[in-house]
Design a protein around this ligand. Structure first.
Ligand SMILES: Nc1nc2c(c(=O)[nH]1)N[C@H]1C(S)=C(S)[C@@H](COP(=O)(O)O)O[C@H]1N2
Ligand SMILES: [Mo]
Length: 562
């Protein structure tokens, strides 16, 4: 008798486990159906309705600054993929729980789905530019997911009858007495026969066939999810502005940049090229979905403390006298030695000219610019009007702006970190005061005044490189945009500073390459570099993190010479 009970217990435990797995699978498949259908519908209504991206945007906009700096430092430009992966993992986990709950009590599983539907809808409508249509993908996804969950759970229950049973502690479970999902003992009569422990699921129904039906339906759900997702992805292509970008013809600049001296580019393998190719240019923004702004719907509005607010269309902008300027852009989140800096030849309308058209009124000290993604950026008016090459740019290295870099138009101001100067997809400039309005990052504690700090970066040798003894080039780039670079020095093992050779300068707004020939001797060595800007100030050794106004300190690499 004893061994019979033990065996029954084991059977029931195994049954409960299989049942839980079937529930889990039902939940995860229902969630996959939700995402696939939502993606398909978003393909019709527009990219802002994709629930995962919408939730991701909300997460980005509410991420504490420390976490954001951590993500940028550790995931780099992949931080967005890391975020989407994280959201998907949480979703899968919740879906698994919902499925296990649903197997016992359907309404609990449906309740978890409903919570996600509310979150997805709220996230979708909270995005700048979102319309009522953007809630449709999440709702459609949730309705189909609920249907899938109901069907799969029903099938799971008949395929694995243990699914809907609970073990109760009074030993009746051990005796094989099932309790229904509604909590009532189905066979409270101790004399009732125990349920068949074997592969037979119910009276007259071979479990094999109902299990097959469960698996086939599950595979169908997976297929719906995958094909919906793929079709949605294809349909979303319709919202791309790639083809209208391809049709843009950039005008010849009224004010061309001077030719870059050939000696601005040193011949050292592994050194950052003087101009960063567009495809390699770093990208930093808060957007999971890159804004797609068609040039014919684009306009730039200038308002606020101006005598005549103006609105400029893209065609009007292209007909204005455009200027070319070589400007190095740097992100405040760039760590010492980090990759978030790039140099390009920009083509655009002088910002000062545009503001003068509108007529800036006395008392203003800030230009608050806004992108279609809802980003706001505040720039000191004085920096825009002091004669530097501040632009509403339409061209980057001879091409229309890449979509990820602000197509059709963005702001560029030499000397200021991107978050206070470089508004992409810009559609509005409001002349105002620092006292009355704060921008996105300054609301989050970043400095309102943020000139780019003087930095030098060692590009070669790479950290932890193994080098042969002898002449070794040590080379990199140094920047102090709008002040220029006047010297770079290199020190080995904290020894004396050696002057590096500077490449020819291309004005004061761009970075400058440098190179120093090192007579390397065997051993483990550390190399450090420091720059001096055009005003004679040497880069500080004070190590500060990027928050709140840019990282400082000397870049260093450790190498082994053999
Ligand atoms: N609309 C918009 N513009 C933006 C941002 C953004 O998130 N949205 N990020 C800013 C930041 S922090 C930087 S460093 C630069 C980066 O420009 P890039 O991606 O072209 O290199 O864009 C700036 N302009
Ligand atoms: Mo940035």
């Amino acid at each position: 008798m004893r061994s019979v009970i033990t065996r029954r217990r084991a059977t029931i435990r195994r049954g409960l486990l299989t049942g839980a797995l079937a529930g889990l699978l039902s939940g995860v498949l229902a969630a996959a159906v939700a995402l696939g259908v939502a993606q398909l519908v978003a393909g019709l209504t527009g990219p802002l309705g994709s629930p995962v991206e919408a939730i991701g945007e909300v997460v980005i906009n509410h991420t504490p600054v420390a976490l954001k700096e951590f993500a940028i430092a550790h995931f780099g430009s992949d931080d967005k993929n890391a975020l989407v992966t994280g959201i998907l993992l949480i979703l899968i986990g919740a879906a698994a729980v919902a499925g296990i709950l649903a197997a016992r009590r359907l309404w609990q599983g449906l309740g978890v789905l409903a919570v996600f539907a509310v979150a997805g809808v709220a996230a979708a409508v909270s995005q700048p530019g979102a319309t009522g249509a953007d809630v449709v993908p999440t709702l459609a996804g949730m309705v189909t997911a609920a249907a899938a969950l109901v069907i799969l759970v029903r099938l799971a229950r008949s395929a694995f009858p243990e699914v809907s049973r609970r073990v109760i502690d009074d030993g009746s479970a051990a005796a094989g007495i099932p309790v229904t999902a509604d909590g009532a003992a189905a066979a409270n009569d101790p004399a009732a026969p125990p349920p068949p422990p074997g592969p037979r699921a119910g009276p007259g129904q071979p479990a094999g066939s109902s299990r097959r039906r469960f698996l086939i339906t599950g595979a169908g759900a997976a297929a719906v999810a995958a094909s919906g997702g793929a079709a949605g992805q294809l349909l979303l292509g319709r919202f791309s502005v790639a083809s209208s970008r391809a049709q843009v013809r950039l005008p010849v600049p009224a004010v061309a940049a001077r030719a870059v001296p050939a000696a601005a580019q040193l011949r050292v393998g592994g050194l950052s090229p003087f101009f960063t190719p567009n495809a390699q240019f770093y990208r930093v923004d808060t957007d999971l979905v890159i804004p797609q702004v068609a040039p014919d719907s684009w306009a730039l509005r200038i308002d606020g403390m101006v005598s005549r607010p103006v609105e400029i269309t893209f065609d009007e902008l292209l007909r204005m006298p455009l200027a070319e300027a070589d400007i190095t852009l740097v992100c405040v989140s760039n760590a010492v030695g980090g990759p978030y800096a790039g140099n390009a030849r920009w083509l655009g309308a002088p910002l000062a000219m545009l503001l003068r058209r509108a007529g800036v009124r006395a008392g203003a000290d800030q230009v608050l610019s806004a992108g279609t993604d809802g980003m706001t950026i505040s720039t000191p008016l004085q920096a825009v009007l002091d004669g530097r090459n501040a632009l509403i740019a339409v061209g980057m290295n001879g091409q229309p702006l890449p979509v990820a870099h602000g197509f059709p138009a963005r702001m560029v101001v030499p000397g200021l970190y991107g978050y206070v100067s470089a508004t992409k997809w810009v559609t509005r400039l409001t002349v105002t005061t620092f006292a009355s309005q704060r921008a996105y990052w300054t609301q989050r504690g970043y400095a309102a005044q943020a000139p780019i700090k003087t930095e030098s970066r060692i590009d070669v040798p790479k950290p932890l490189a193994q080098l042969p003894a002898g002449r070794v080039p040590v080379a990199g780039v140094a920047w102090a945009p709008h002040r220029g670079i006047s010297a770079v020095e290199v020190s080995v093992d904290n020894g004396p500073w050696h002057a590096a050779r500077l490449a020819a300068a291309d004005g004061i707004d761009t970075w400058r390459q440098w190179m120093w020939a090192w007579d390397a001797v065997p051993g483990l060595h550390s190399l450090r570099a420091r720059a001096t800007d055009g005003t004679g100030v040497t880069q500080t050794s004070q190590e500060d993190p990027p928050f709140p106004d840019g990282a400082s300190g000397w870049d260093s690499v450790v190498v082994t010479v053999t």
